[in-house]
Ligand binder design. Structure first.
Ligand code: PBG
Ligand code: ZN
Length: 327
Protein backbone atom coordinates (compact mmCIF):
# COMPACT_ATOMS: atom_id res chain seq x y z
CA UNK A 1 0.00 0.00 0.00
CA UNK A 2 1.21 3.53 -0.82
CA UNK A 3 0.44 5.69 2.22
CA UNK A 4 -0.31 8.86 0.24
CA UNK A 5 -2.10 10.25 3.30
CA UNK A 6 1.27 10.72 5.10
CA UNK A 7 1.77 14.04 3.33
CA UNK A 8 -1.73 15.24 4.17
CA UNK A 9 -1.81 14.63 7.89
CA UNK A 10 -1.64 18.25 9.03
CA UNK A 11 -1.65 21.73 7.66
CA UNK A 12 2.08 22.30 8.12
CA UNK A 13 2.99 19.23 6.08
CA UNK A 14 0.42 20.09 3.45
CA UNK A 15 1.94 23.57 3.10
CA UNK A 16 5.38 22.03 2.71
CA UNK A 17 4.39 19.91 -0.26
CA UNK A 18 1.91 22.28 -1.91
CA UNK A 19 2.57 22.39 -5.66
CA UNK A 20 0.84 25.64 -6.59
CA UNK A 21 0.72 29.12 -5.09
CA UNK A 22 -1.35 32.17 -5.91
CA UNK A 23 0.08 35.55 -4.94
CA UNK A 24 -1.85 38.82 -4.73
CA UNK A 25 0.80 40.32 -7.05
CA UNK A 26 -0.38 37.98 -9.81
CA UNK A 27 -3.94 39.33 -9.74
CA UNK A 28 -5.38 42.14 -11.86
CA UNK A 29 -8.57 43.99 -10.90
CA UNK A 30 -10.91 45.35 -13.63
CA UNK A 31 -12.24 48.88 -13.04
CA UNK A 32 -15.13 50.61 -14.86
CA UNK A 33 -14.73 54.37 -15.19
CA UNK A 34 -17.83 56.34 -16.10
CA UNK A 35 -18.51 59.93 -17.17
CA UNK A 36 -20.16 62.27 -14.67
CA UNK A 37 -19.41 63.32 -11.10
CA UNK A 38 -19.99 61.77 -7.70
CA UNK A 39 -20.90 58.40 -9.17
CA UNK A 40 -20.36 55.04 -7.49
CA UNK A 41 -22.98 52.76 -8.97
CA UNK A 42 -23.24 49.04 -8.43
CA UNK A 43 -23.55 46.79 -11.50
CA UNK A 44 -26.84 44.89 -10.89
CA UNK A 45 -25.58 41.55 -12.24
CA UNK A 46 -22.21 41.90 -10.48
CA UNK A 47 -22.80 42.52 -6.75
CA UNK A 48 -19.78 44.22 -5.21
CA UNK A 49 -18.58 45.68 -8.54
CA UNK A 50 -19.16 49.39 -9.20
CA UNK A 51 -18.76 51.97 -11.92
CA UNK A 52 -16.86 55.02 -10.65
CA UNK A 53 -16.66 58.54 -12.00
CA UNK A 54 -13.09 59.86 -12.05
CA UNK A 55 -13.60 62.01 -8.92
CA UNK A 56 -14.46 58.89 -6.89
CA UNK A 57 -11.84 56.53 -8.33
CA UNK A 58 -9.64 57.18 -5.31
CA UNK A 59 -12.04 55.20 -3.11
CA UNK A 60 -11.35 51.98 -4.95
CA UNK A 61 -7.72 52.75 -5.83
CA UNK A 62 -6.80 53.17 -2.13
CA UNK A 63 -8.04 49.61 -1.60
CA UNK A 64 -6.24 48.34 -4.69
CA UNK A 65 -2.91 49.71 -3.53
CA UNK A 66 -3.37 48.45 0.04
CA UNK A 67 -4.26 44.95 -1.21
CA UNK A 68 -0.90 44.36 -2.88
CA UNK A 69 -2.43 43.18 -6.15
CA UNK A 70 -0.42 43.49 -9.36
CA UNK A 71 -2.49 45.80 -11.50
CA UNK A 72 -5.76 47.22 -12.73
CA UNK A 73 -7.49 46.81 -16.09
CA UNK A 74 -9.34 49.97 -17.16
CA UNK A 75 -12.68 49.98 -19.02
CA UNK A 76 -14.34 53.25 -20.02
CA UNK A 77 -18.10 53.79 -19.98
CA UNK A 78 -18.68 56.82 -22.24
CA UNK A 79 -21.62 59.25 -22.18
CA UNK A 80 -21.99 59.24 -25.97
CA UNK A 81 -21.74 56.49 -28.57
CA UNK A 82 -21.59 56.68 -32.35
CA UNK A 83 -20.98 54.37 -35.32
CA UNK A 84 -17.20 54.85 -35.20
CA UNK A 85 -16.78 54.79 -31.42
CA UNK A 86 -15.28 58.29 -31.41
CA UNK A 87 -15.11 58.52 -27.62
CA UNK A 88 -12.70 55.56 -27.52
CA UNK A 89 -9.68 57.34 -28.96
CA UNK A 90 -9.94 60.95 -27.78
CA UNK A 91 -7.11 62.24 -25.61
CA UNK A 92 -9.81 63.29 -23.13
CA UNK A 93 -12.01 60.20 -23.50
CA UNK A 94 -13.31 58.60 -20.32
CA UNK A 95 -10.79 55.74 -20.21
CA UNK A 96 -7.94 58.20 -20.86
CA UNK A 97 -9.14 60.51 -18.06
CA UNK A 98 -9.38 57.60 -15.63
CA UNK A 99 -5.93 56.36 -16.59
CA UNK A 100 -4.43 59.84 -16.16
CA UNK A 101 -5.96 60.19 -12.70
CA UNK A 102 -4.66 56.80 -11.59
CA UNK A 103 -1.20 57.41 -13.06
CA UNK A 104 -0.90 60.76 -11.27
CA UNK A 105 -2.13 59.53 -7.91
CA UNK A 106 -1.06 55.88 -7.79
CA UNK A 107 2.13 55.67 -9.85
CA UNK A 108 3.17 52.35 -8.28
CA UNK A 109 0.32 50.28 -9.73
CA UNK A 110 0.45 48.68 -13.22
CA UNK A 111 -2.27 50.23 -15.39
CA UNK A 112 -3.53 48.07 -18.24
CA UNK A 113 -5.89 49.65 -20.79
CA UNK A 114 -8.49 47.40 -22.43
CA UNK A 115 -8.50 48.30 -26.11
CA UNK A 116 -11.82 47.75 -27.90
CA UNK A 117 -14.58 49.80 -29.49
CA UNK A 118 -17.70 47.91 -28.32
CA UNK A 119 -18.44 50.11 -25.30
CA UNK A 120 -18.16 53.18 -27.56
CA UNK A 121 -20.03 52.15 -30.72
CA UNK A 122 -23.76 52.73 -31.14
CA UNK A 123 -24.12 49.22 -32.63
CA UNK A 124 -22.14 47.60 -29.80
CA UNK A 125 -19.69 45.70 -32.00
CA UNK A 126 -15.95 45.62 -31.42
CA UNK A 127 -15.12 47.05 -34.84
CA UNK A 128 -16.53 49.28 -37.55
CA UNK A 129 -19.65 47.95 -39.27
CA UNK A 130 -20.78 48.07 -42.91
CA UNK A 131 -23.84 46.25 -44.25
CA UNK A 132 -24.06 44.31 -40.98
CA UNK A 133 -20.50 43.05 -41.41
CA UNK A 134 -17.79 43.76 -38.86
CA UNK A 135 -14.87 45.21 -40.81
CA UNK A 136 -11.38 43.99 -39.98
CA UNK A 137 -8.68 46.12 -41.64
CA UNK A 138 -10.68 49.35 -41.44
CA UNK A 139 -10.94 48.93 -37.66
CA UNK A 140 -7.19 48.59 -37.00
CA UNK A 141 -6.25 52.31 -37.13
CA UNK A 142 -8.98 53.14 -34.61
CA UNK A 143 -7.80 50.46 -32.19
CA UNK A 144 -4.23 51.70 -32.56
CA UNK A 145 -5.33 55.28 -31.92
CA UNK A 146 -7.14 54.14 -28.76
CA UNK A 147 -4.01 52.28 -27.63
CA UNK A 148 -1.81 55.31 -28.30
CA UNK A 149 -4.06 57.78 -26.47
CA UNK A 150 -4.33 55.43 -23.48
CA UNK A 151 -0.54 55.04 -23.32
CA UNK A 152 -0.11 58.81 -23.67
CA UNK A 153 -2.52 59.19 -20.74
CA UNK A 154 -0.31 56.91 -18.64
CA UNK A 155 -1.23 53.27 -19.32
CA UNK A 156 1.70 50.95 -18.67
CA UNK A 157 0.35 48.23 -20.95
CA UNK A 158 -2.38 47.82 -23.56
CA UNK A 159 -4.69 44.83 -23.90
CA UNK A 160 -6.56 44.60 -27.23
CA UNK A 161 -9.78 42.59 -26.71
CA UNK A 162 -11.45 43.14 -30.09
CA UNK A 163 -10.28 39.95 -31.91
CA UNK A 164 -9.62 41.68 -35.24
CA UNK A 165 -6.82 39.97 -37.20
CA UNK A 166 -3.53 41.84 -37.34
CA UNK A 167 -4.30 44.26 -34.52
CA UNK A 168 -1.28 43.37 -32.41
CA UNK A 169 1.11 44.13 -35.28
CA UNK A 170 -0.72 47.36 -36.11
CA UNK A 171 -0.76 48.57 -32.50
CA UNK A 172 2.91 47.61 -32.01
CA UNK A 173 3.91 49.66 -35.05
CA UNK A 174 1.99 52.73 -33.95
CA UNK A 175 3.36 52.56 -30.39
CA UNK A 176 6.91 52.09 -31.70
CA UNK A 177 6.57 55.03 -34.10
CA UNK A 178 5.47 57.22 -31.22
CA UNK A 179 8.34 56.39 -28.90
CA UNK A 180 6.51 53.81 -26.82
CA UNK A 181 8.78 50.92 -27.78
CA UNK A 182 8.87 49.70 -24.18
CA UNK A 183 5.11 49.50 -23.64
CA UNK A 184 4.06 45.83 -23.54
CA UNK A 185 1.01 44.39 -25.29
CA UNK A 186 -1.12 41.85 -23.43
CA UNK A 187 -3.23 40.37 -26.19
CA UNK A 188 -6.65 38.83 -25.62
CA UNK A 189 -5.46 36.14 -28.04
CA UNK A 190 -7.77 33.19 -27.38
CA UNK A 191 -11.00 34.99 -26.67
CA UNK A 192 -14.06 32.79 -27.08
CA UNK A 193 -17.57 33.92 -28.10
CA UNK A 194 -19.02 33.29 -24.66
CA UNK A 195 -22.28 33.79 -22.80
CA UNK A 196 -20.12 34.32 -19.70
CA UNK A 197 -19.60 37.97 -20.77
CA UNK A 198 -23.26 38.84 -20.15
CA UNK A 199 -22.87 40.72 -16.85
CA UNK A 200 -19.88 42.68 -18.23
CA UNK A 201 -22.04 43.94 -21.06
CA UNK A 202 -24.48 45.27 -18.45
CA UNK A 203 -21.59 47.02 -16.74
CA UNK A 204 -20.05 48.48 -19.90
CA UNK A 205 -23.36 48.90 -21.80
CA UNK A 206 -21.64 47.05 -24.64
CA UNK A 207 -24.06 44.33 -25.81
CA UNK A 208 -24.26 44.14 -29.63
CA UNK A 209 -27.46 45.70 -30.98
CA UNK A 210 -27.68 43.16 -33.82
CA UNK A 211 -26.22 39.71 -34.34
CA UNK A 212 -23.48 38.33 -32.12
CA UNK A 213 -19.68 38.28 -31.93
CA UNK A 214 -19.20 34.85 -33.51
CA UNK A 215 -17.55 36.17 -36.70
CA UNK A 216 -14.63 37.52 -34.67
CA UNK A 217 -14.56 35.78 -31.28
CA UNK A 218 -13.71 32.06 -31.20
CA UNK A 219 -15.93 28.99 -31.31
CA UNK A 220 -15.96 27.33 -27.88
CA UNK A 221 -15.63 23.90 -29.49
CA UNK A 222 -12.07 24.64 -30.62
CA UNK A 223 -8.62 24.42 -29.10
CA UNK A 224 -6.32 24.18 -32.15
CA UNK A 225 -7.79 27.47 -33.24
CA UNK A 226 -6.59 28.95 -29.95
CA UNK A 227 -3.08 27.76 -30.74
CA UNK A 228 -3.24 29.45 -34.16
CA UNK A 229 -4.47 32.69 -32.60
CA UNK A 230 -1.73 32.66 -29.98
CA UNK A 231 1.01 31.84 -32.50
CA UNK A 232 -0.09 34.75 -34.71
CA UNK A 233 -0.18 37.17 -31.81
CA UNK A 234 3.30 36.19 -30.62
CA UNK A 235 4.67 36.62 -34.15
CA UNK A 236 2.97 40.02 -34.30
CA UNK A 237 4.65 41.09 -31.06
CA UNK A 238 2.39 40.18 -28.13
CA UNK A 239 4.38 40.14 -24.86
CA UNK A 240 1.67 38.40 -22.84
CA UNK A 241 -1.16 36.25 -24.25
CA UNK A 242 -4.56 35.71 -22.70
CA UNK A 243 -7.13 32.95 -22.58
CA UNK A 244 -10.68 34.08 -21.86
CA UNK A 245 -12.91 32.98 -20.14
CA UNK A 246 -10.97 30.93 -17.57
CA UNK A 247 -12.95 28.32 -15.67
CA UNK A 248 -14.63 26.52 -18.56
CA UNK A 249 -11.36 26.77 -20.55
CA UNK A 250 -8.76 25.31 -18.19
CA UNK A 251 -7.75 22.82 -20.89
CA UNK A 252 -6.97 25.72 -23.21
CA UNK A 253 -4.91 27.47 -20.53
CA UNK A 254 -2.98 24.27 -19.97
CA UNK A 255 -2.32 23.64 -23.66
CA UNK A 256 -1.22 27.23 -24.25
CA UNK A 257 1.05 27.38 -21.19
CA UNK A 258 2.77 24.14 -22.19
CA UNK A 259 3.30 25.14 -25.82
CA UNK A 260 4.47 28.73 -25.51
CA UNK A 261 7.17 30.47 -23.49
CA UNK A 262 5.44 33.82 -23.00
CA UNK A 263 3.50 34.66 -19.83
CA UNK A 264 -0.13 33.53 -19.96
CA UNK A 265 -2.98 35.57 -18.50
CA UNK A 266 -6.43 34.14 -17.81
CA UNK A 267 -9.56 36.28 -17.50
CA UNK A 268 -11.94 35.01 -14.81
CA UNK A 269 -14.87 36.80 -16.45
CA UNK A 270 -18.04 38.53 -15.30
CA UNK A 271 -20.38 35.54 -15.68
CA UNK A 272 -18.03 33.36 -13.66
CA UNK A 273 -17.99 36.04 -10.97
CA UNK A 274 -21.79 36.45 -11.05
CA UNK A 275 -22.37 32.72 -10.56
CA UNK A 276 -20.07 32.52 -7.55
CA UNK A 277 -21.43 35.73 -6.09
CA UNK A 278 -25.12 34.86 -6.46
CA UNK A 279 -24.72 31.39 -4.96
CA UNK A 280 -22.70 32.87 -2.08
CA UNK A 281 -25.29 35.55 -1.40
CA UNK A 282 -27.98 32.86 -1.33
CA UNK A 283 -25.92 31.01 1.27
CA UNK A 284 -25.49 27.98 -0.96
CA UNK A 285 -21.69 28.01 -1.18
CA UNK A 286 -18.81 29.40 0.88
CA UNK A 287 -17.59 32.34 -1.19
CA UNK A 288 -14.08 32.51 0.24
CA UNK A 289 -13.39 28.81 -0.19
CA UNK A 290 -14.88 28.67 -3.69
CA UNK A 291 -12.93 31.72 -4.88
CA UNK A 292 -9.62 30.37 -3.60
CA UNK A 293 -10.32 26.95 -5.12
CA UNK A 294 -11.14 28.54 -8.49
CA UNK A 295 -8.06 30.76 -8.49
CA UNK A 296 -5.80 27.82 -7.60
CA UNK A 297 -7.39 25.82 -10.43
CA UNK A 298 -6.67 28.58 -12.96
CA UNK A 299 -3.10 28.87 -11.70
CA UNK A 300 -2.62 25.09 -11.64
CA UNK A 301 -3.73 24.93 -15.28
CA UNK A 302 -0.80 27.20 -16.13
CA UNK A 303 -1.87 30.84 -15.92
CA UNK A 304 0.72 33.30 -14.63
CA UNK A 305 -1.64 36.27 -14.32
CA UNK A 306 -5.32 36.16 -13.32
CA UNK A 307 -7.67 39.02 -14.13
CA UNK A 308 -10.57 38.75 -11.70
CA UNK A 309 -13.35 40.78 -10.07
CA UNK A 310 -12.54 38.82 -6.90
CA UNK A 311 -9.01 40.30 -6.78
CA UNK A 312 -9.44 42.56 -3.73
CA UNK A 313 -11.23 39.96 -1.59
CA UNK A 314 -8.93 37.22 -2.82
CA UNK A 315 -5.77 39.19 -1.95
CA UNK A 316 -6.99 39.45 1.64
CA UNK A 317 -7.97 35.76 1.81
CA UNK A 318 -4.70 34.64 0.26
CA UNK A 319 -2.70 36.56 2.85
CA UNK A 320 -4.76 35.02 5.65
CA UNK A 321 -4.36 31.54 4.20
CA UNK A 322 -0.58 31.97 4.01
CA UNK A 323 -0.36 33.08 7.63
CA UNK A 324 -2.66 30.57 9.27
CA UNK A 325 -0.91 27.21 9.33
CA UNK A 326 -3.08 25.38 11.87
CA UNK A 327 -6.50 23.89 11.19
C1 PBG B 1 -14.59 44.10 -24.74
C2 PBG B 1 -14.45 43.17 -23.58
C3 PBG B 1 -15.37 42.24 -23.09
C4 PBG B 1 -14.79 41.67 -21.96
C5 PBG B 1 -13.53 42.24 -21.81
N1 PBG B 1 -13.32 43.15 -22.83
C6 PBG B 1 -16.75 41.91 -23.52
C7 PBG B 1 -17.07 41.30 -24.80
O1 PBG B 1 -16.21 40.89 -25.59
O2 PBG B 1 -18.28 41.28 -25.08
C8 PBG B 1 -15.45 40.64 -21.08
C9 PBG B 1 -15.11 40.72 -19.65
C10 PBG B 1 -16.00 39.99 -18.73
O3 PBG B 1 -17.01 39.36 -19.10
O4 PBG B 1 -15.70 40.06 -17.54
N2 PBG B 1 -14.41 43.49 -25.96
ZN1 ZN C 1 -15.27 44.59 -27.72
Amino acid sequence: MNRNRRLRQNSAIRSLVRETTVLPSELVYPIFVTEGRGIKEEVPSMPGVYQYSVDRLGEIMDKVVKSGIGGVMIFGVPARKDAKGSEAYRWDGIAQKGIKYIKNNYPEIVIIADICLCAYTSHGHCGLVKDDKILNDETLPYLAEMALTCVQAGADMVAPSDMMDGRVEYIRKVLDNNNFKDTPIMSYSAKYASAYYGPFRDAAHSAPKFGDRKTYQMDFANVKEAIREISSDIVEGADIVMVKPALAYLDVIKEVSQRFDVPVAAYNVSGEYAMVKSASLAGWIDEKKIVLENLYAIKRAGANIIITYHALDAAKWLEESLKIQKD
